[in-house]
Ligand binder design. Structure first.
Ligand code: NOJ
Length: 461
């Protein structure tokens, strides 16, 4: 059996605007909720902010050259909405648009395919002030207008758009805060901008507005982008891993995955909330119309999934749900991030479930990678052997999925460079390239060499 990935497989790297650009108030950019959140002491580790970050706004040429050097054939970046519409709506800021034109020109000239994400959490602050952000449908509509506008502006350079990145993270982190189970009943609490504390009913409505914003944006991109423009979402779908690889266990894991994602992935791909979800939510269920459900499930060209960890382990059961979930064990191996439970099989099962549950024809792994305790050694090099172990293990499982016929079109490693890791600040490094945040010096880590080799041979090395 071949150990290669399919022909034409994209070997990409990813970043997002707030995490690398810096230039937070330059060239007419308006403030985002992450500017506000990070400027409030006590929210981010060491009170780090994204004000300068990787200074990518000014150093993008050097950064594209580095991507080319490490053999990336695709780059997933995000557009900062408040650079384009400083107030969220109204007159566009051409200087902001020009930055993304320069960036995508540079990528194309370097043979790197640009993949643009329209929302990676940096909502214009004015929409937060005016509408309480995604608590209002008005934000979903404003998002669609901005998405359609950008598809028009970049459509000659960018063929692939992702609407929204990680619905679950920004909705639950930003509007209530949430706990991740990491084994033995231990939980890690995660939060983020805007830092609201909503009730469960209000939170379900925010979820609904987020998927509605996605659907409206898909329609706006189709209406205003060029023919041939492709669009999908990028979600950190929760993945159930079967305890055994037998048909009954696999079925149980599929059922669990469908239910676990009822509020985001499932409704976007099926156009309905599952009975179980509505029943479980009771009086807290979102308010919605049939028309909205149709919009939410607007046809897509591909599905993007961010895959880092298994969510639960599953076995078949006679319970009504048709599966029984097993908790993560206390001693389960982890990577550096407190939430990062290690199990390479999740990246085999996640795309597998997407294909078998929803018949999706093209899947991208829009994020995968790990934080590690990287340091520059005396010889000036960065020896991130645990990241290489992680990548080899996960990509072997992804390759197994493609060999089984799961239609995975590409992989984006998170991240191209160390960057601002949200509430963890700069202390948790995810990059293939090490960044000294005092001097902005970039150094390729050992994993960058590994990536170059794997991408060149189109296989795990
Ligand atoms: C998911 C997010 O999309 C990204 O912004 C973040 O840095 C990585 N995961 C790592 O936590």
């Amino acid at each position: 059996m071949s150990s290669s990935f399919p022909k034409g497989f994209f070997w990409g790297v990813g970043t997002s605007s707030y995490q690398i650009e810096g230039a937070w108030n330059e060239d007419g950019k308006g403030p985002s909720i992450w500017d506000t959140y990070a400027h409030t002491p006590g929210h981010i580790k060491n009170n780090d902010t994204g004000d300068v970050a990787n200074d990518h706004y000014h150093r993008y040429r050097e950064d594209v050259a580095l991507m080319k050097d490490i053999g990336a054939t695709a780059y997933r970046f995000s557009i900062a909405w408040p650079r384009i519409f400083p107030q969220g709506t109204g007159e566009p800021n051409t200087k902001g648009v020009d930055f993304y034109k320069r960036l995508t020109d540079e990528l194309r000239a370097s043979g790197i395919e640009p993949f643009a994400t329209l929302y990676h959490w940096d909502l214009p602050q004015s929409l937060q002030d005016k509408y309480r952000g995604w608590q209002s449908k008005e934000t979903a509509k404003a998002f669609a207008d901005y998405a359609g506008y950008m598809a028009g502006q970049l459509g000659d350079r960018v063929k692939h758009f992702f609407t929204i990145n990680e619905f679950r993270s920004f909705v639950e982190g930003g509007y209530q805060g949430f706990d991740v189970q990491v084994g033995g009943g231990k939980k890690v609490h995660l939060g983020g901008a805007p830092g609201s504390q909503l009730s469960n009913g209000e939170l379900n409505q925010v979820r609904h507005h987020a998927v509605l914003g996605h659907g409206l944006a898909v329609q706006a991109i189709r209406a205003r982008g060029r023919a041939g423009t492709k669009v999908g979402f990028a979600e950190n779908m929760l993945t159930a891993v079967p305890v055994m690889e037998t048909p009954e266990y696999v079925k149980a894991a599929e059922r669990a995955t469908r239910e676990l994602n009822a509020d985001f992935t499932t409704v976007m791909l099926e156009g309905r909330y599952t009975d179980n979800y509505l029943k479980k939510s009771g009086k807290d269920a979102p308010r919605f119309s049939d028309d909205e459900l149709k919009t939410i499930a607007s046809p897509l060209d591909f599905v993007g999934i961010n895959v880092y960890k298994p969510n639960i382990y599953v076995m078949p059961s006679d319970e009504a749900a048709g599966y029984h979930s097993i908790p993560i064990n206390t001693s389960h191996p982890k990577m550096q991030s407190a939430w990062h439970v290690f199990d390479p099989e999740c990246i085999y099962w996640a795309p597998h479930h997407v294909q078998s549950l929803w018949g999706v024809k093209s899947i991208f792994i829009t994020e995968n990678g790990c934080g590690a305790s990287d340091v520059v050694a005396e010889d000036g090099k960065v020896y991130d052997s645990d990241r290489i172990m992680f990548l080899r293990a996960y990509l072997s499982q992804l390759q197994r999925a493609t060999a089984d016929g799961v239609p995975v079109s590409g992989y984006f490693l998170w991240s191209a460079q160390d960057n601002f890791e949200w509430i963890d600040g700069y202390g948790n490094r995810f990059g293939l390239i090490y960044v000294d945040f005092k001097t902005q010096k970039r150094t390729q880590k050992l994993s960058a060499q590994w990536f170059r080799e794997a991408a060149a041979l189109n296989m795990v090395v």
